[in-house]
Design a protein around this ligand. Sequence first.
Ligand SMILES: Nc1ncnc2c1ncn2[C@@H]1O[C@H](COP(=O)(O)OP(=O)(O)OP(=O)(O)O)[C@@H](O)[C@H]1O
Ligand SMILES: [Mg+2]
Length: 362
Amino acid sequence: MSGTSLDGIDLVIADLADAVPRLIAARTVAIPGPLRSDLLTLCQPGADHLDLFGRCDIALAEVMAAGLHELLAEASIEAERIIAIGSHGQTVRHQPSGRHPFTLQIGDPNVLAERTGITVVADFRRRDMAAGGQGAPLVPAFHAALFTAAEDRVIVNIGGMANITILPAGQPGAAGGFDTGPGNVLLDAWAQRELGQPLDAGGQWAGQARPDPTLFEALWADPYFERPAPKSTGREHFHLGWLQARLHRPVAPAVVQATLTELTARSIAHGITETAGAKPKAVLVCGGGRHNHLLMERLAAALPEASLGTTDELGLDGDWVEAVAFAWLAKQRLAMLPGNLPAVTGAAGPRVLGAIYPGRTW
Ligand SMILES: Nc1ncnc2c1ncn2[C@@H]1O[C@H](COP(=O)(O)OP(=O)(O)OP(=O)(O)O)[C@@H](O)[C@H]1O
Ligand SMILES: [Mg+2]
């Protein structure tokens, strides 16, 4: 799994034999600087980059395969023991609307299967889109299978974008969810620009200032936040240029960061209570954003009636939930079971997601 933050490739080895997945080994592999900057180029709509696209598709798969070999060695597990790799790849474009909606993930599964000898399941999103869905978010089906409980819960994944899964008590089939908007992507972009750092660790920098109400309103006016579900979004919508187009007067950099943190927290809370109309008892966060203490504090403040925690409390480390979800989706594919929730993506019905690239067959 390599998410919109492009902060690294998350690799996990998971045992899915029981209802609760067992995490056997995990690591994040760095994306080499030049490849990361090429991937960022591909993420911005613009000139035709077909050559770059083709090269990155292979280069990223090579990095993934090398990382997998290291992870297997570290965990002393033979490749033959792995049933399949579920590879999400890296999204370089997500355009769920328009006459020809499409979504594009790269990291060639052929290379991954060839280098590891393990069967690869990839291309999870496009079948859902072909069936009229958003192709995203896909993790809610996994959240529903794993985290549905006797109380109303909401799972929030704060990655580059933020998405929520609404889990009504005791009814995994009734789960809902959508992308609420930006997660860490704007926070990272502004910290990179102003501090030269990849992220605002712990939200410390933002915590030195208070949000600017006028800037907040300008950001909040984006119609995405009021749009009904199903909806999904990506870097092509929420990026540094989106922020700069709304910064009409000088605002101190730390104040901007505080305002962005507030925007992320409030848009997640708004998605839960207004767009989804949910009143959960418990809200459980996974993804890198839960390490941002200020963001967690602001989210708790925006959801005064819910208890805020993390999926770690439910037995699955929040740094690896997304990656385990794609291992689970691969298992669904091999069993010919659906991977999408039509109520979430808007697809015409449940669909078996992903294509299979056989491993060593000789
Ligand atoms: N200590 C920290 N303080 C603040 N933010 C953090 C910290 N650790 C991680 N993050 C944030 O989490 C991000 C990475 O989170 P994650 O890997 O869940 O996102 P992602 O790869 O974009 O996944 P997704 O597919 O959900 O978009 C980082 O880019 C950073 O913004
Ligand atoms: Mg990540």
